[in-house]
Design a protein around this ligand. Structure first.
Ligand code: ADP
Ligand code: ZN
Ligand code: ZN
Length: 738
């Protein structure tokens, strides 16, 4: 309630897992604002929360209320529309508001730091250092490296750390007087007159022009699906949509998948626009993240490119949102606030009354359905831009064929052809390690993770067994645990083994493996990709890390080695993902006027999904998949909520979920004609990291009903006797059913 009088009570959302807010007294010297941070006592701790209301009334008696300790912000950290978005998120995804708000803040603000630009340290060469560089440093390799890195100008402290330089080396060099630290706040200059580099712009084709004109004519909310095959010039469309926004002084938000944030992508935006293009991803340190956040909020950044969580960045004047590769699974957060960044982005655009563009070569079935039903506008790019030609796709029946490291003889022959022509080959195998199974050759015993319902993966390089689900690892068993035999054998092929085999099959060609194991260290992925671009390697082995965002102009053959498991999965989205992967991987090849070829090894060449993909295209596949979903009443034709429970004792989770089921089914809003609850059943991985896992799936035909039902049933579920004894969670519109 607004009042002229100094409000006496503030309602505060705190980062605690409770669906409620807390009232505090406002001391006379404090002037909290709605949407600003305050620090308050909570039990024995001091917490930082966000003020959601100011007034004079509380349900609690004033003598039990405690006073606010301090006010951290003089103005709200978010705009009213963004605050409304968080409230919506909290309700839609059934996650406490206090936690939702806290999650959306950069860590520095969450910890109570001032919402002010932090100083960043940079290093530069002194003249003594420059002299030293000329003379050479002999054996001090690290020191020489620093001097060389600084030769052409200053570098940020973080960049040097990323280059594997230790703090100690920097200190030593500083003591010697060869380098100098500069601490400064980022300079936030007004945007220049000329915002765009016209020389960088290609002549647009007809489809691109139509898409741009259509979206540019929109000055309010509108959602556009931009469906365009890989290389059809979607990014060029984004750039052309952003330019006029910048000219009006408005900013742009570009969301990209986790692995799509490549240096090439960033460079493309930076070289085109003269305004600050600021990157936001999980690799930023606290200071960098705060500065990026502030540069968007205060209007210094023209473009923010970021991964999922960049969606929650405040902007001074946001003009457009772009979600690239909108189908990508990394847009769904799998824990805490289980939001889908694409869906929330659409909501944000509608609150802010601005256009949003969802781009993909392989739209998610949900998005496609929204476009087909007219909820979203549908724009297509059917031609590959420039001189690139479509790939030819082929299925290779490997039934009964001998496989060498997972490769069939016909594929090896094909590889030889491409390699001899001086081209690169990309082999796609979505399985890390040497082999997924270690088995006793005499009795068939298999090495299992003791904490999970899963087999150990054998890693030859480190001579370890590793569980890819809980991360546990142990030395390789030399002997069978069952019969004592020493004849342990591997089954199946992972990327390590493929690499070893390729060295024997093609000793004259260099192979590089790019997966999570080989690129664990910061910067190794970039240097590997650069080496590939320079042509230092002939064969690339990759997991799904390589399926997106990267362009390999010299690759003319792509081989997919093992896709059969996705054809027969318990997850109804597996076929959609395989289709998307196939199109994405195929899009890596033949971009630069060299015709590309895609070969897919399978035991099921007749499978309808593969046929639809090969003979026709993604759209054809998607239409038949949508038809199947409709018959089965699966999303987007119904709405799911997944309840999960984990516990050390096997029965607890099941019992709890049975109570949840009952709670839902007797609820007045639960209409048995349009709502159903499946389960409880063991999760597809019934045990993980020592915990037994159960799940329950609720299906409704209407989204509002699902919402209302969850809102009103959740407090009841929270009070169930077993709710405090198991670890449970609720995933609205889940993407991962495991
Ligand atoms: P996508 O984002 O759909 O994969 P890009 O926008 O990256 O496609 O375009 C692929 C390549 O074609 C890029 O090198 C880009 O510079 C170029 N390109 C895009 N549009 C055109 C055009 N109209 N004429 C010539 N080249 C273009
Ligand atoms: Zn045995
Ligand atoms: Zn495990």
């Amino acid at each position: 309630m607004f009042s002229d009088m100094h409000p006496s009570i503030a309602r505060v959302a705190l980062p605690v897992p409770l669906d409620k807010q807390f009232d505090y007294l406002i001391p006379a010297h404090c002037q909290p604002v709605i949407g600003g941070r305050v620090s308050v006592p909570f039990g024995r701790q001091t917490l930082i929360g966000i003020v959601t209301e100011l007034g004079h009334n509380s349900e609690m008696s004033p003598d039990v209320l405690k006073p606010i300790r301090s006010v951290l912000d003089e103005r709200p950290v978010w705009s009213a529309s963004l605050f409304r978005l968080f409230t919506w998120c909290s309700q839609y995804y059934q996650y406490p508001l206090g936690d939702t708000l806290s999650n959306a803040l950069p860590a520095a603000l969450r910890k109570g730091k001032a919402a002010d630009f932090a100083t960043l340290r940079e290093w530069c060469l002194t003249s003594a250092g420059r002299d030293k560089l000329m003379q050479g440093l002999g054996r001090a390799v690290q020191q020489a490296k620093v001097l060389r890195l600084l030769e052409n100008g200053t570098q940020s402290h973080q960049t040097l750390l990323d280059e594997d330089i230790s703090r100690q080396v920097l200190n030593t060099l500083e003591e010697k007087g060869w380098i100098e630290a500069i601490d400064r706040k980022p300079d936030c200059q007004p945007w220049p007159e000329l915002l765009e580099d016209e020389d960088e712009k290609p002549q647009l084709n007809m489809e691109q022009s139509v898409a741009i004109a259509t979206i540019n004519s929109q000055h309010e909310f509108g959602c556009y699906l931009l469906e365009g095959v890989t290389g059809s010039g979607k990014t060029e469309v984004y750039l052309n949509l952003i330019a006029p926004m910048l000219k009006q002084g408005k900013q742009a938000l570009v969301l990209v998948p986790e692995i799509g944030l490549t240096p090439q992508t960033i460079q493309r935006f930076r070289s085109r626009f003269m305004v600050p293009v600021v990157v936001m991803h999980s690799g930023l340190n606290e200071t960098e993240r705060l500065n990026a956040w502030l540069s968007a909020r205060d209007g210094h950044a023209g473009v923010i490119i970021g991964t999922r969580s960049a969606l929650f960045t405040p902007f001074a004047d946001l003009g457009i949102i772009i979600v690239d590769e909108e189908h990508d699974a990394s847009y769904k957060q799998q824990d805490s606030l289980r939001y889908h960044a694409r869906d929330v982005a659409v909501m944000r655009a509608s609150y802010e009354q601005i256009p949003i563009v969802l781009g993909s070569a392989t739209p998610a079935l949900e998005t496609l359905q929204n476009a087909l039903s007219g909820k979203y506008h549908h724009l297509t790019l059917t031609q590959r831009a420039g001189d690139a030609v479509p790939t030819t796709n082929r299925v290779l029946d490997i039934k009964g064929l001998y496989l060498e490291g997972g490769l069939s003889a016909p594929l090896i022959a094909e590889m030889r052809k491409h390699l001899q022509a001086g081209n690169q080959v990309l082999l796609f195998l979505n399985r890390r390690g040497y082999a997924p199974v270690l088995m006793c050759h005499e009795c068939g015993w298999v090495a299992h993770c003791q904490r999970c319902d899963a087999r150990y993966t054998y890693h030859q390089i480190t001579q370890e067994l590793r569980c890819h689900h809980c991360g546990s690892q142990r030395p390789v068993f030399p002997q069978c645990h069952d019969c004592g035999s020493t004849q342990m054998a591997t089954v199946g092929v992972g990327t390590e083994q493929l690499e070893t085999q390729l060295a024997q099959i093609f000793p004259q060609y260099r192979t590089i493996r790019i997966d999570r194991d080989s690129t664990r260290k910061k910067g190794t992925l970039e240097s590997a990709l650069n080496a590939v671009h320079r042509g230092e390697y002939h064969i690339l082995i990759g997991t799904q890390m390589l399926a997106k965002g990267h362009h390999f102009p010299r690759v003319t053959l792509v081989g997919l080695l093992d896709v059969d498991s996705a054809l027969y999965s318990h997850d109804f989205r597996a076929s959609e993902r395989l289709a998307q992967l196939f199109i994405q991987v195929a899009g890596r090849a033949g971009r630069a006027s060299q015709p590309g070829e895609v070969v897919l090894q399978t035991h099921h060449p007749e499978h309808s999904l593969l046929q639809a993909l090969l003979k026709k295209d993604y759209r054809h596949f998607a239409m038949s998949a949508l038809h199947e979903r409709k018959l089965a009443l699966l999303p987007p034709f119904s709405y799911l909520t997944l309840f999960k429970a984990e516990s050390n004792q096997a029965e607890l989770g099941e019992d709890f979920l049975r109570q949840v089921k009952q709670t839902l089914e007797i609820h007045p809003l639960f209409d048995h004609a349009t709502c159903s609850v499946l389960g409880p059943s063991p999760a597809p991985m019934a045990k993980r990291a020592g915990k037994y896992r159960w799940q329950l799936l609720m299906q409704t035909m209407s989204r509002p009903i699902m919402q209302k039902l969850l809102m009103s049933a959740k407090p009841v579920i929270q009070r169930l006797p077993l709710a405090g004894k198991v670890r449970w969670s609720l995933d609205v519109e889940p993407h991962d059913l495991s």
